[in-house]
Design a binder for this molecule. Structure first.
Ligand code: SF4
Ligand code: SF4
Length: 297
């Protein structure tokens, strides 16, 4: 029997896979209510203060972690281009994550939409929604489209809300692919000036600034977050620009100021300083120069 084009497309769609670095079945800090959080592997920024730097890169099978694991818990599966992890001998020392030259991990795995739907179904009665986070989720926007469509069309899952946690560094056509399926997007602004942004992340912020304005204009921006990094984005002009940006957004958008915390960042960035109380108060004073609520965490 010949397969029609639409059948072929369906088969192709169901075969789409995403690189998933982890799943938390229940979280109360990734959006409103109790949520399942799916973390995607791979990012298109390289922030100095990243607390999950092992989710930035993709594994190139160099084998370094396999050679250096103190409990020989890792093995290369060359035919499947995959690292096998023996969970019964692993001591969770994290040496493989800290020493990977690609900022990657031997633990992330490929999952299909069906795999994730099964995971969501297991906890559907205990959660109010799902949040996708990273890494940078929009690098896998096509897969997200398939996943969100499947959730919203599923008779047992269609009441779940969908939130997307993104760095915003993507093009408008990717947002357009997801707008109809997503309840809200949570974005970061790492710095306003391109120079400061480049120092913090290694990349420009042109697309991010456009993304913030676009999602706001579509009433889909749920939250905007700004991490205060002394010496990198806390001078008066920089915070005034961030303040102007925040004030241009809808009052409905949650605005969050996050204090840099050094715990969990890569050793090479331990020279960064956490903001003092005075530095936080100065930033809050400028950022709150309007009627908008500002959450400080
Ligand atoms: S996880 Fe990192 S160290 Fe291990 S094989 Fe992959 S790239 Fe190499
Ligand atoms: S966490 Fe430690 S013990 Fe476990 S696989 Fe990685 S290096 Fe080996």
């Amino acid at each position: 029997m010949s397969i029609s084009v639409s059948q072929k497309e369906l088969i192709h769609m169901s075969e789409l896979q995403a690189n998933i670095s982890g799943i938390i079945k229940s979280s109360v800090i990734d959006g409103p209510g109790n949520r399942m959080v799916i973390f995607f592997q791979g990012c298109n920024l390289n922030c100095m203060y990243c607390h999950n730097s092992h989710t930035i890169g993709l594994c190139n099978m160099c084998g370094l972690c396999v050679q250096n694991c103190p409990t020989q818990s890792l093995k290369i599966d060359a035919s499947n281009k995959h690292i096998i992890h023996n969970t019964s001998t692993c001591t969770h020392c994290d040496s493989c994550l800290k020493n990977c030259p690609e900022n990657s991990s031997p633990f992330y795995k490929k999952m299909t939409v069906d795999d994730l739907i099964s995971e969501i179904i297991e906890v559907k009665n205990f959660i109010s929604g799902i949040t996708v986070s990273g890494g940078e989720v929009m690098l896998q926007a096509k897969f997200l489209h398939q996943l969100f469509t499947a959730v919203k069309k599923h008779p047992e899952l269609n009441k779940l809300s969908i939130l997307v946690d993104s760095n915003g560094n993507t093009e408008q056509n990717k947002w357009d692919l997801l707008l109809d399926w997503v309840d809200g997007f949570m974005l970061d602004i790492k710095a306003y000036s391109p120079q400061n942004h480049n120092r913090i992340t290694g990349y420009a912020n042109e697309k991010i600034l456009k993304s913030i304005q676009y999602l706001n204009s579509e009433n889909k921006l749920d939250e905007i977050r700004f991490v205060l990094v002394p010496g990198f984005n806390n001078d008066k002009a920089e915070i005034e620009n961030i303040s102007n940006l925040i004030q241009s957004l809808s009052p409905e958008v949650r605005k969050v100021l996050i204090k840099l915390r050094k715990h969990g960042i890569r050793d090479k960035y331990h020279y960064l300083s956490e903001p003092t109380q005075q530095e936080i108060e100065q930033a809050v004073k400028i950022l709150k120069a309007d009627k908008h609520q500002l959450i400080v965490i």
